[in-house]
Design a protein around this ligand. Structure first.
Ligand code: PLP
Length: 453
């Protein structure tokens, strides 16, 4: 794309391009950043400025930028068969082989995949599937879904409704009917005097209370991210997930783990639920499936649900023109081959994950840091006005933005959700690059300490 007229791209962008999740007035005034190239964990803008991408794009470029093998796999497939669908009794080799490859990493029970183009569509898909499942079993009243406050499950109507983002709900008269939200396991802000372990149990048991309130016969499923990502990398206390799994099992509701961020190695396991030792019935995936090289997502479907879909249903009236798109599937297959051959999941679990954990944790000695927690290569850092009392800043959004912008000015892409700094680098990040990330973030924290009282 270097032959494109980049000099006036900013003006063209302001005139014609509406951006997701952006204040367009501010964006147009400041001018958009134009990212031109990527290599490893680095991206380069149109002025040739280099940034360490501490966020792997949007939590997705797991194998890093510049993998020619993925580009070549897509090119080969595009020449051979650029498109065919998976509707009405057909498939293509990449779609089928990708389903098999994914299933080889899911454990015993999640043996099937329904393909989508994105994580949002994957959430819409399981949402319909869960209702269809219960109806096929003669329980048509089991339609309600319980989700969590501050969760993110995408931007489609069902995805945004399942999510617990206030601003998204306010803008679109959401959530739609049949979805309710319980509290998140955010001990730092909401745990009060309870220990993290007790708090984990308490918020997990809100699920049971909600089931009682709605009536077990009316509840189809509970959905949660293994670690809540966009909500601020909220890492649950260890007591949380086993209790959630117990409740879903005993109360006969489907457990849905949204693996869109946590899947494909980020937590040092192929899927986030494996890290927490629980077995979902359904699991939306996307992002790391292709490391973002091409859009593709899906839903992992357990045998329990699949058997009903296959034996009882006579057809799930649902699908996307590009479900299992052969070029996206070929790119995803190559991406998974790289993850396997380079042992990236094991690298996160045994090597770079523990290294990152130590470096990240070292930031807890900073005056403005309340807590710095991580699992694998996902980290959340809590900014605190007074760490001894867990007092937060009065305008959380501003302090996060201040630190994030300081990092950006110093060549590091970070993300902030209110007063939490989030990290999610590519799984190939080197130790020296982890050090650089943490050093630059520390300078951002100094800047906060010196600027906001
Ligand atoms: N679920 C989770 C946990 C996510 O983090 C995201 C995106 O960030 C989505 C779903 C939506 O995925 P997509 O943006 O591919 O639609």
């Amino acid at each position: 794309m270097t032959d494109m007229p980049l000099s006036n791209l900013g003006a063209i962008d302001a005139a014609h391009h509406l951006h997701p999740f952006s204040d367009m007035k501010k964006l147009n005034a400041a001018g958009t950043r134009i990212i031109q190239r990527g290599e490893g964990v680095h991206i380069f803008d149109n002025h040739g400025r280099k940034y360490l991408d501490g966020f792997a794009g949007l939590w997705c470029v797991n194998v890093g930028y510049g993998r020619k093998e993925i580009a070549e796999a897509a090119y080969r497939q595009m020449q051979e068969l650029p498109y065919y669908n998976t509707f009405f009794g057909t498939t293509t080799a990449p779609a089928t082989l990708l389903a098999e490859k994914i299933a080889s990493h899911t454990g015993d029970k999640l043996n099937r995949v329904f393909f989508t183009n994105s994580g949002s569509e994957a959430n819409d898909t399981w949402f319909r599937m869960a209702r269809v499942y219960w109806k096929a079993l003669g329980k048509p009243t089991k339609t309600q879904v319980i989700a969590r406050k501050n969760a993110y499950h995408g931007s489609t109507v069902a995805g945004a409704s399942l999510g617990g983002m206030k601003l998204m709900h306010e803008q679109g008269n959401l959530p739609i009917e049949g979805i309710s939200h319980i509290n998140q396991p955010y001990w730092y802000a909401e745990g009060g005097d309870l220990s993290p372990a007790d708090f984990g149990l308490k918020v997990a048991r809100e699920l049971e209370e909600k089931i009682d309130e709605l009536g077990e016969d009316n509840v189809a499923a509970f959905v949660a991210e293994p670690i809540q990502g966009a909500g601020g990398v909220i890492i649950p206390p260890d007591t949380y997930w086993p209790e959630i799994a117990r409740i879903c099992r005993e109360r006969n509701i489907l457990l849905v783990c949204d693996e869109v961020i946590c899947g494909f190695g980020r937590l040092g396991s192929w899927f986030g639920h494996q890290h927490y030792g629980v077995e979902p019935d359904l699991a939306p995936i996307a992002k790391g499936l292709s490391s973002g090289y091409l859009p593709i997502g899906g839903v992992l479907v357990s045998d329990r649900v699949a058997e009903v879909m296959v034996e009882e249903l006579g057809g799930f009236y649902h699908g996307f023109t590009y479900s299992g798109h052969p070029v996206c599937a070929a790119a995803a297959l190559e991406n998974l081959r790289i993850i396997e051959e380079e042992g990236l999941v094991e690298r996160v679990r045994d090597d770079i994950g523990p290294y990152f954990a130590q470096a990240w944790k070292s930031l807890e000695d900073h005056e403005v840091v309340g807590e710095a927690e991580s699992v694998g290569l996902i980290g959340g850092l809590q900014l605190a006005a007074d760490k001894s009392t867990r007092r937060r800043y009065s305008s959380p959004d501003d302090v996060g933005t201040l630190v994030r912008n300081h990092c950006l000015d110093n060549g590091l892409v970070m993300r902030a959700t209110d007063d939490r700094m989030l990290a999610s680098p590519a799984l190939i990040i080197a130790r020296s690059e982890v050090d650089e990330m943490v050093d630059t973030l520390r300078k951002g924290l100094d800047h906060l300490r010196d600027t906001v009282r």
